[in-house]
Design a protein around this ligand. Structure first.
Ligand SMILES: O=P(O)(O)OC[C@H]1O[C@H](OP(=O)(O)OP(=O)(O)O)[C@H](O)[C@@H]1O
Ligand SMILES: Nc1ncnc2[nH]cnc12
Length: 196
């Protein structure tokens, strides 16, 4: 009898995810004192210059969402943060059959917008979202590359709830645990990798 390749057991997916995480973690690069003294900058860009790693990333995030939410409770919309959240947010949204909505730095989005100020690990800024981008009651996950102090993600989450979206959670490629950013977020937080 042929092997059942359509098995719904979570075990093969868990094993697959573990392998993907190892490859992704080894692709990250660190730059001390960038962009300011005392900051250890985690560079995720090597993942995108390698087609296989790029595929690994989108697959790993897809597994993470399916494992955390299940097929029946997938998000309606992914909200990605400028700029690095735009690198994989749209591809992940397509995989999940969800919409993609950008949160941009102030002054970049036309039409009616909502604004939230935030402070991040190395500075402060304002985020904006288009008012009609999310319909009341839609299930939304905020996605970004890195959670450091959590200021950026918290501001994005506040924009989602201002528009009436249901904040389903947050998803990051990398968490800088020691900055305890997840304590600023009041919805479930999922991360693929962590860094001390
Ligand atoms: O958790 P926090 O302390 O808020 O920091 C995390 C944010 O900082 C980085 O973005 P950055 O504002 O540097 O913009 P970029 O993506 O345009 O480089 C990163 O991509 C996150 O969005
Ligand atoms: N240490 C860090 N490395 C890369 N991106 C960041 N965003 C905020 N802190 C960061």
């Amino acid at each position: 009898m042929p092997a059942d390749r359509t098995s719904t057991s979570s075990h093969p997916r868990t094993t697959e995810l573990a392998g993907l995480k190892i490859r992704l973690h080894s692709a990250l690069r660190q730059y001390p004192d960038f962009p300011s003294p005392g900051v250890l900058f985690e560079d995720i860009l090597p993942i995108f210059s390698d087609a296989r790693l790029h595929q690994d990333l989108v697959r790993a995030l897809e597994i993470q969402v399916l494992d955390c939410y299940g097929q029946d409770n997938k998000p309606d919309v992914l909200v990605g943060l400028e700029a690095r959240g735009f690198l994989f947010g749209p591809s992940l949204a397509l995989r999940l059959g969800a919409g993609f909505v950008p949160v941009r730095k102030q002054g970049k989005l036309p039409g009616s917008t909502e604004t939230a100020k935030f402070v991040k690990e190395y500075g402060e800024d304002h985020f904006q979202i288009q008012r009609d981008a999310i319909k009341p009651g839609q299930k939304v996950i905020v996605v970004d590359d890195i959670i450091a102090t959590g200021g950026s993600a918290a501001a994005a989450g506040s924009l989602v709830t201002k528009l009436g979206g249901k904040l389903h959670g947050y998803l990051f490629l990398l968490e800088l645990d020691f900055l305890k950013g997840r304590e600023k977020l009041d919805a479930p937080v999922y991360t693929l990798l962590s860094s001390q």
